[in-house]
Write a protein that binds this ligand. Sequence first.
Ligand code: RB5
Length: 362
Amino acid sequence: MNTPALRRILLLCTGNTCRSPMAAGLLRAALRDRFGERADKVEVRTAGVSVACPGEGASSHAVQVLSERGISLAGHRARQLTPADLGWAELVLTMTRAQKAAVLRLDPLAADRAFVLREFTAPAPAAAGPDQAACYADADADVDVADPIGRGLDAYRAAARDLEKELARLVELIAGEEGSVLPAITAVGAEARARPEHTAGITQQGPAPALSLAVGADHAGYQMKHELTGIAVAMGYEVVDFGASGPASVDYPDFAAKVAATVATGRCRFGLLVCGTGIGMAIAANKIRGIRAATCNDLFLARMARKHNNANVLCIGARVIGAGLAGEVLRTFLSTPFGGERHERRVRKICDLELPPGKEPC
Ligand code: RB5
């Protein structure tokens, strides 16, 4: 039996009393059927994008329909989606397109891991033949999992069957990873493959694994980079190292460019750059569209860079702070979620300042 990769999956609906608790119950059961005890490696949580009554249990029809399959929803309590949920999740699956839009309003950068369930599990159009591609286009009009709320038991049974079908595909995608330690599953999102983004003339290659870090340094920072890489790996990150790896004098913009492009194209979720001060690296990395690099030589700055600015590249000065503090700065940066709310509007304005490729500043 193969082993599923460690996963954190967040299932969302509107009120978190019908579809998402049913989906979570069905997914956990399907994972147990497929992987036995190893299913514990996949953590499944739920929330609602607009919860009317936090703490409310699952609706009685949802409870009944799942109990018909031997699944209990007794412990479920409705909860409102928070930015921290989106920071936690490697994969966010909504029941509808409207719910996905609500997710992106809360955190625009969750676009790399948020999908409508049926779009995520659908075969990719690129891999499909002409007939299948046409089917996919037709199906696009009917992507949402229908909301059974306020309707009879049969509507709940139909929603459960629909969910079972999509979740069976999801489990097969997870199974297809064969013990991988990386969340490559996000790379199979049909939507992401179908609609690539463009960043500074670079084609976005797909959504980044949530626990992935591109690292780079110059001669002043290579030793600290080495130490920080160990910390990131211990935190479960896949690390892509662009050098430098020795004391020979090099030019920091060369490394900033590689790390920034790796984050901007979606290959890695975050970047880490170490030079003497952390300043030159940040200036260079911020030239790349989609990058928000912040020089953080203390813990307060690391926390604020994530919480308020949704920074995606951390720059540290190896001639400014020691390895101990630098390690804490990295841990703080990687574990602090974006705060959303008013900060989301401000970060959106930063993004709006980026000129489209070919445009000159006036
Ligand atoms: C290299 O001597 C130094 O200028 C560089 O590491 C960095 O501090 C640039 O900002």
